[in-house]
Design a protein around this ligand. Sequence first.
Ligand SMILES: *[C@@H]1O[C@H](CO)[C@@H](O)[C@H](O)[C@H]1NC(C)=O
Ligand SMILES: *[C@@H]1O[C@H](CO)[C@@H](O)[C@H](O)[C@H]1NC(C)=O
Ligand SMILES: *[C@@H]1O[C@H](CO)[C@@H](O)[C@H](O)[C@H]1NC(C)=O
Ligand SMILES: *[C@@H]1O[C@H](CO)[C@@H](O)[C@H](O)[C@H]1NC(C)=O
Ligand SMILES: *[C@@H]1O[C@H](CO)[C@@H](O)[C@H](O)[C@H]1NC(C)=O
Ligand SMILES: *[C@@H]1O[C@H](CO)[C@@H](O)[C@H](O)[C@H]1NC(C)=O
Ligand SMILES: *[C@@H]1O[C@H](CO)[C@@H](O)[C@H](O)[C@H]1NC(C)=O
Ligand SMILES: *[C@@H]1O[C@H](CO)[C@@H](O)[C@H](O)[C@H]1NC(C)=O
Ligand SMILES: *[C@@H]1O[C@H](CO)[C@@H](O)[C@H](O)[C@H]1NC(C)=O
Ligand SMILES: *[C@@H]1O[C@H](CO)[C@@H](O)[C@H](O)[C@H]1NC(C)=O
Ligand SMILES: *[C@@H]1O[C@H](CO)[C@@H](O)[C@H](O)[C@H]1NC(C)=O
Ligand SMILES: *[C@@H]1O[C@H](CO)[C@@H](O)[C@H](O)[C@H]1NC(C)=O
Length: 471
Amino acid sequence: MLLTRLTLLLSAVLAVRAFVVNEGTTCTVYPESLTHFGKPVDDTPSILHAFELCGKNGSVILTEGAFHIDQVMNTTGLQNCDVELHGEMIWSTNVPYWLSHSYSVTYANLSTAWFFGGENVTFKGFGKGRFNGNGQVWYDENRNNSNQPGRPIAFTVLNAKNLWMDGVTWSQAQFWHSFISHSQNVTMSNIYMSSLSNSTWFTVNTDGTDMWNSKDISYYNWTVTGGDDCIAIKGNSTNVHAKNITCIHTHGMPVGSVGQLPGFPDYVENVLYEDVTLINSTNGAWVKAWQGQNKAVTTNGGSGGGGGGWAKNITWRNFHLQNVGTPISVTECVYGHDPSVCDTSEYQLSNLTWENITGTAHFDIIASIHCGAKVPCPGLKFIDVNIETWNTSLGKPSLPPLYLCANIMDQNSTGIPCNGFAPYNMPNVLYADHPDLQTTKTLNIVVPEAQRDNCLFPTPGLDGCYAGDPN
Ligand SMILES: *[C@@H]1O[C@H](CO)[C@@H](O)[C@H](O)[C@H]1NC(C)=O
Ligand SMILES: *[C@@H]1O[C@H](CO)[C@@H](O)[C@H](O)[C@H]1NC(C)=O
Ligand SMILES: *[C@@H]1O[C@H](CO)[C@@H](O)[C@H](O)[C@H]1NC(C)=O
Ligand SMILES: *[C@@H]1O[C@H](CO)[C@@H](O)[C@H](O)[C@H]1NC(C)=O
Ligand SMILES: *[C@@H]1O[C@H](CO)[C@@H](O)[C@H](O)[C@H]1NC(C)=O
Ligand SMILES: *[C@@H]1O[C@H](CO)[C@@H](O)[C@H](O)[C@H]1NC(C)=O
Ligand SMILES: *[C@@H]1O[C@H](CO)[C@@H](O)[C@H](O)[C@H]1NC(C)=O
Ligand SMILES: *[C@@H]1O[C@H](CO)[C@@H](O)[C@H](O)[C@H]1NC(C)=O
Ligand SMILES: *[C@@H]1O[C@H](CO)[C@@H](O)[C@H](O)[C@H]1NC(C)=O
Ligand SMILES: *[C@@H]1O[C@H](CO)[C@@H](O)[C@H](O)[C@H]1NC(C)=O
Ligand SMILES: *[C@@H]1O[C@H](CO)[C@@H](O)[C@H](O)[C@H]1NC(C)=O
Ligand SMILES: *[C@@H]1O[C@H](CO)[C@@H](O)[C@H](O)[C@H]1NC(C)=O
């Protein structure tokens, strides 16, 4: 009886969608290529069908083998659904299709190839499930541009609650590997990501992950090789924990960018990054905020600055750095760099802690911390920060390590050995041969005369320390 029903159901389903096998609440998806003599066929309809049938109180199992993804997918609104990926999902190289069909994620006019979300959802890859974005076509087509409209984020968690993703590998992501937006209680563990270009064009914007408007988010056991931020915490993020993360060739662990859009303040609170290894990365433990005045920019969403907000209680702990461009930094003029507005930020930072940070800096700059003149930072702390220059580590001559500071409240009790003034327009990336930190160099930062003042050890209230346009 049961068998008959099953067989009927099976044949009915098989007739419509060749390769979803539906048994009770479980949908098993097989690659369409199996019925097409190995020829790649779009698996998107089968996968979407499986989520329709089994996305509520069910399981969706993608078997071993190669799944070809030729279309955007929106699998949100799942409930009590367990997803397994045993094989590889391969996104098509049809660049014009993706440029015109990717879903908008709202943030900075970016878009995605896949929205995934719901309540009480697991996504398990068992260390073998893989997303292959076929990124090389994107790196070549993008030609080093930043945030190309329509270039899709590989995987976006949207409107999720109680979601656990484990054991998934990304290779050659189209753009950011992943994004968590408007979600709560999401954990992503045992994640491997790697995107490298084999041409003269860089991978640009292949962030490991970003989060926005979300809370209670954890990242455990990640290894990311990419060409941009490793784990970036954007606006309206609360209670974030990243632990045991290795980042190679990235832009490190930033809070930001924040403060970009007027009318949409960015609040960030309770972030802990710990047990992090950063190798050959441009930046380390940092905050990137926008200036206070909105200005047109060619990248990052059309214009930026004046968004305001605050970030507080952020900790970077147990970091080991190997050859990092700017190990520790705070900028309040990210991406803008128009000197007439650079020191106008009203983005308030407080209670930032850098603890047990060791290893090597590529240049002689260990830290560059420029808090906005209008919003000096209270509660900054350095505890056991011990970084040497790359040259020193190689036994070569080196300039003395620089700790550049500006507008830090109670500076003498922060533990930061300030010995220079941090310019408001410090470049985010300090070397020209982006993204490889291959040559050994010393860099002598020239601080403009106008900014020198006696700001090294500002008194509370900052009298005599202000060094820019007072408006
Ligand atoms: C995605 O699906 C959800 C339903 O789960 C729907 O509300 C939403 O509008 C869809 N988004 C897009 C971009 O199609
Ligand atoms: C999700 O799980 C929680 C805890 O088990 C339960 O209270 C809640 O009803 C579940 N949500 C849905 C949509 O079933
Ligand atoms: C958070 O999600 C996990 C699944 O990843 C679940 O086990 C846990 O109960 C959730 N926590 C709360 C407070 O709902
Ligand atoms: C670069 O990667 C692409 C896509 O994987 C491949 O088709 C191409 O042959 C590779 N080129 C080189 C020079 O390895
Ligand atoms: C940290 O994560 C890596 C995978 O990225 C794993 O191999 C390693 O065992 C983890 N270490 C600890 C202490 O959990
Ligand atoms: C991290 O990796 C270690 C070593 O493989 C493992 O014991 C631990 O359970 C992992 N943590 C999580 C959250 O999966
Ligand atoms: C952050 O949340 C606040 C409400 O708490 C909202 O006013 C603001 O627009 C949000 N910012 C962004 C960038 O979404
Ligand atoms: C600061 O954030 C940590 C998590 O990183 C949290 O445990 C702690 O309670 C927060 N402190 C305050 C005062 O909110
Ligand atoms: C400092 O961080 C390193 C990792 O970089 C870790 O091995 C060490 O145990 C940490 N020290 C303390 C006192 O936690
Ligand atoms: C900063 O931390 C101190 C001491 O933990 C606390 O009293 C203060 O409220 C915090 N301030 C902010 C803005 O988080
Ligand atoms: C901070 O330390 C410097 C150098 O030791 C000293 O000149 C200055 O007076 C101190 N400032 C305060 C406010 O204690
Ligand atoms: C880091 O860069 C150095 C110098 O180019 C290189 O020898 C090393 O292999 C790189 N390490 C990793 C893990 O990529």
